[in-house]
Design a protein around this ligand. Structure first.
Ligand code: IPT
Length: 974
């Protein structure tokens, strides 16, 4: 799959040009009203008459099993200046069995819409049926693995199954459309459907959405670059777009930018869909990491804030006005949600980390978003060729607003990954004259940096001639205006505005680096960007103007929360870790937000404002002149209490009775199939693929009985399962080994372990890691999880029934024993089938044990304990469970918190050792049940330390998150 992501732009450009001889003729609304709430032109989406830069972030509700926290994440999106949120919907997450759909509890997608609405975010819906997304089967339900016909093709069986899902999810999508008073503005058809395509399938999906009442514009997310799929003809959508992951996914080399930015996209957009806005429905926001990978800190370094500056600004330079960052919050592939290549954490190195924390990239996108949500001419530009004096080294994209004289200059290195610091001048032709900018001092472009400079711009009651500092935002504050500009610390800045009367201009500042000149009605300020923020007050130039000049790191802590969305009115506040929102109530501004330490803050508010509150409490601020205030937010002394697990009492039980010959498996399913719809061809029969027997997730047991003879010398097994799977084999209760996927011969067993006269029993425990996806629409998701071959060795007259196999997976198979926690929560371990992971399971007669374990344990071992948590009101302390273990013996672990499987740990593979325990599943003011299953892959293993700890502690305006329903052992009915 990575191959596709790294195709070179050149070859793509060629394919695209040759495959689109017919240039599309504008959009067709297919029966929708042209005056509906969502329209568009070549520049923008226009929603309820308002032109948008749609800056959206990808969020997967199924990767955060705590609906209360969806509100928290949506607020954080808004705080980082996203005005949109894009949801994939995962069919498999809702459907354990054909015809069965569940939208309750953590699956209540309505709450995701509610969260988006509460944060005033536009919604892009992407319900597939296929989504990819590094989830099991790429989002198809486990039961679809048994479909005879091909998925993502039109045929009676697949049409019916796809329609069944769409019908179920459309009940939620339809009423949440903007046309029905909701927030959905765009609806995607399938995902990156570009290989092995069937246009009848696209048509069928499109029609089903339409029939069910979807009437917002349809979109398509083309694969990796502008390939021109589904722009015209059958299956075509309203607003075409593509995705791109220019840095790829090799987090092990976190400083290598493997692909230059794209330079041909504007041309491709003009060629392919000039009547539609230029849309990037997924642009790389981070990267996923595989089992055994370098971990998400490395991905965060690879796809860092410098990347965000260079590549996102390049997108704007190319003309993009719809940009969805995949992921913006990645979350957790809990239970069996992940596809084989990825582990539990799906942090993704995204702008917001898995426990919901801010990152440098999050702050960077906030700077960008605040700029283009404030500086409106940026939305409607056409390209021009700017002149500059270092054009061999520095590329400058020119964007000229079509409605005003405002121009933008996006400067970056031609060599995208360059680490050089270079100087340049731009010739700015403005309505106030032509200027060699800067006229004084230096204009610097750092390595891996990009800048958007603005000229000829009317803001509030002023006119900017140009600025070499980037604009964050500007606001009218009553009798004066304020504008905030920034660049890296120590860089020179030049900022020029028009003044009415040269003689009356007065510039006040305490910063000695600031100088100014007034000439011919233009005031020019020169300064160095400080280690902080410098106020410069200008009077006598029309309305008074406060220019705030910030160094980059100070700028990242400026927030401009919207106080009136219609008027785009904002207040400014500097310092806090996070500002969620601000509301003007009379003469008070009420802020909500989070701090990570006692924090000095500055506020800039309209002069009518007299007081401030922070998370509902009044704060004491001192006026510092010109509508600015300063003060301090106290962190307090929160006492976050939680049990020290090293002192906890643990209960222990062995948990692999199936490995022993006397285990009664008579109620297990007999593996008697000779045919399968899998794409994996068996070498022997019966079929030993878990899915064929209705088991689609987690650990699977296989038990094979054969009558011994003097001929039989052993047996042979070939395991077929995803990356990072493991399987453990016992014969007559004796451990034979633990293996990766592939073939194993077990030989020379006659006269030792094989009883030549009696019955012999092979027990196998298979740790699966989910199904493949369907990236190429070739049914690859139907690859088997199980065994392609099981044969006795030394036997001449072997029949397919020489070994009598039985199979066991999760209790109930597709008829889930636990519909609340759903299809990916439990597999087929004895303890899972018997509810040992659930709160309230009576473990009184279990042995006492300790973790770190002092005994060497074979097979499967279960540990249970309870612990207390108390996070005081007004604080957020996202919690984790961390393994600390350097043991050499291979083992795997499942972590269950209050019955929810929140972690899969592989001490032999890594890299993940820390598991997020989201509030809502975690009771943060009371008791919790923790159960850990340890599966020795080697003959025996000992679990090391497990530590309960917060990632950080924040004084926080986090919305209340209600506890998720967590049924207990006594609720179990099967
Ligand atoms: C893109 C998929 O659309 C998305 O679902 C996810 O799998 C993402 O990749 C990687 O995390 S496709 C892109 C690599 C061309």
């Amino acid at each position: 799959m990575l191959l596709k992501g790294v195709l070179t732009s050149i070859s793509l450009a060629i394919t695209a040009i040759t495959s689109t001889s017919a240039v599309p003729v504008g959009h067709s609304f297919e029966g929708r009203q042209e005056d509906g709430p969502v329209t568009w032109d070549t520049h923008n989406l226009i929603v309820n008459g308002e032109r948008l830069f749609l800056f959206s972030g990808e969020f997967h509700y199924y990767r955060l099993p705590s609906p209360g926290l969806w509100f928290d994440i949506a607020e954080k999106f808004k705080a980082l200046e996203f005005n949109g949120i894009s949801f994939y919907f995962d069919w498999g997450y809702h459907s354990p069995k054909k015809g069965v759909y569940d939208f309750n509890g953590v699956r209540n997608v309505q709450k995701a819409f509610d969260a988006a609405k509460a944060a005033d975010l536009h919604v892009i819906t992407r319900a597939g049926p296929y989504i990819n997304a590094e989830v099991d089967c790429g989002g198809f339900p486990g039961w679809l693995v048994n479909q005879y016909d091909m998925a993502r093709k039109s045929n009676p069986e697949n049409d019916a199954n796809s329609a069944e899902w769409l019908e179920a999810i459309d009940k939620f999508l339809v009423p949440n459309q903007i046309t029905k008073g909701g927030n959905i503005i765009l609806n995607q058809i399938d995902n990156e459907y570009a290989d092995n395509v069937d246009e009848n399938y696209m048509e069928m999906i499109k029609n089903k959405f339409k029939e069910d009442g979807m009437d917002v514009p349809t979109i398509f997310n083309d694969i990796g670059s502008p390939n021109g799929n589904w722009i015209t003809g059958p299956g075509s959508v309203d607003i075409y777009g593509w995705d791109s992951y220019p840095l790829g996914f090799d987090c092990a080399n976190p400083t290598v930018w493997q692909n230059n930015r794209s330079t041909h996209w504007r041309d491709m957009h003009e060629l392919l869909n000039p009547d539609q806005p230029f849309a990037l429905y997924e642009f790389q926001g981070g990267a996923f990491d595989p089992w055994g990978g370098p971990g998400y800190d490395a991905c965060r370094q690879l796809v860092n804030e410098q990347y965000a500056k260079v590549y996102y600004k390049n997108n704007y330079g190319q003309g993009a006005t719809i940009q969805n960052l995949y992921m913006t919050y990645g979350g957790t592939s809990w239970g069996g949600l992940a596809k084989p290549s990825v582990y539990t954490s799906y942090d993704y190195g995204a702008p917001i980390s898995e426990p919901g924390l801010m990152t440098p990239k999050g702050y960077e996108v906030k700077l960008q978003g605040t700029f283009f949500h404030t500086v409106k001419p940026f939305l409607t530009t056409e390209r021009f060729e700017p002149k500059s004096d270092n054009s061999d080294i520095i590329l400058i994209d020119g964007l000229a607003d079509v409605n005003t004289n405002t121009k933008f200059y996006i400067a970056q290195h031609w060599d995208t990954a360059s680490e050089e610091k270079d100087e340049f001048h731009i010739t700015m032709e403005t309505s106030d004259g032509t200027f060699e900018v800067p006229q004084d001092g230096k204009l610097i472009l750092n390595g891996r940096d990009a800048k958007i400079l603005t000229s000829d711009y009317d803001f509030n009651s002023h006119h900017l001639v140009y600025s070499t500092s980037e604009i964050f935002t500007h606001q009218a504050m009553g009798s004066h205006d304020v504008i905030l500009v920034y660049a890296y610390e120590e860089e020179d800045g030049e900022f020029a505005i028009k003044v009415k009367n040269d003689k009356r201009v007065k510039v006040e500042t305490e910063d000695e680096s600031v100088s100014h000149s007034v000439d011919n009605g233009i005031l020019t300020l020169n300064y160095k960007h400080p280690d902080g923020t410098t106020p410069i007050y200008i009077s006598g130039a029309g309305k008074d103007l406060l220019v705030l000049v910030a160094g980059y790191s100070s700028a990242t802590r400026w927030w401009a929360p919207i106080t009136d969305a219609k008027k785009n009115e904002r207040v400014l506040i500097q310092g806090p870790y996070l500002v969620r929102s601000a509301e003007v109530k009379g003469r008070t501004v009420a802020f909500k937000g989070d701090i990570d330490e006692t924090t000095d803050i500055q506020i800039v508010a309209p002069e009518s404002i007299r007081s401030f509150t922070w998370n509902g409490k009044e704060i004491s601020m001192s006026p510092t002149g010109h509508g600015t205030w300063s003060g301090t937010l106290d962190f307090g002394n929160p006492e976050v209490k939680y049990t020290d697990l090293s002192e906890a009492t643990w209960k222990y039980s062995p948990g692999a009775p199936e490995s022993q010959p006397d285990f009664d498996d008579s109620d297990w399913i007999k593996a008697n199939r000779t045919k399968s719809n899998s794409v994996t061809i068996p070498d022997t029969w019966p079929i030993l693929y878990a899915d064929d027997y209705g088991y689609h997730t987690g650990n699977i047991w296989f038990r094979g009985t054969f009558q011994g003879t003097s001929q039989i010398t052993g047996f042979n097994l070939t395991c077929h399962s995803g990356a990072a799977s493991a399987w453990i084999v016992w014969l007559n209760g004796h451990y034979l080994g633990g293996f990766d996927v592939g073939n194993q011969d077990f030989t020379n067993l006659n006269g030792t372990l094989i009883d030549p006269e009696g019955e012999n029993i092979i027990s196998i425990l298979l740790w699966t890691t989910g199904h493949e996806d369907d990236w190429n629409a070739d049914d690859n998701y139907k690859q088997a999880r199980g065994f392609t071959k099981s044969e006795l060795l030394g036997v001449s007259n072997q029949t397919i029934w020489s070994i009598d196999w039985r199979i066991q997976g999760n209790l109930g198979g597709e008829d889930l024993a636990d519909p609340v926690r759903g299809p990916y929560n439990e597999g087929g371990l004895f303890g899972e089938r018997n509810g040992w992971h659930l709160p309230g399971f009576p473990d009184d007669d279990w042995e006492e044990a300790s973790i770190p374990e002092s005994e060497n344990r074979t097979g499967v071992s279960w540990y249970r304990t309870t612990f207390e948590m108390d996070i005081p009101q007004g604080y957020d302390a996202p919690m984790s469970l961390r393994f600390e273990d350097d043991s050499k013996a291979r083992y795997r672990s499942l972590v269950f918190l209050n019955g929810w499987q929140l972690g899969r740990y592989a001490n032999d593979l890594g890299p993940q050792t820390q598991y997020y325990l989201p509030k809502g599943i975690l009771n943060t003011s009371g008791e919790n049940t923790l159960a850990i299953a340890v599966i020795a892959v080697d003959e025996a293993a000992q679990i090391g330390k497990v530590i309960l700890e917060p990632y950080t502690i924040l004084e926080s305006g986090i919305p209340e998150a209600e506890l998720v329903e967590s049924p207990s052992y006594s609720d179990r009915t099967q």
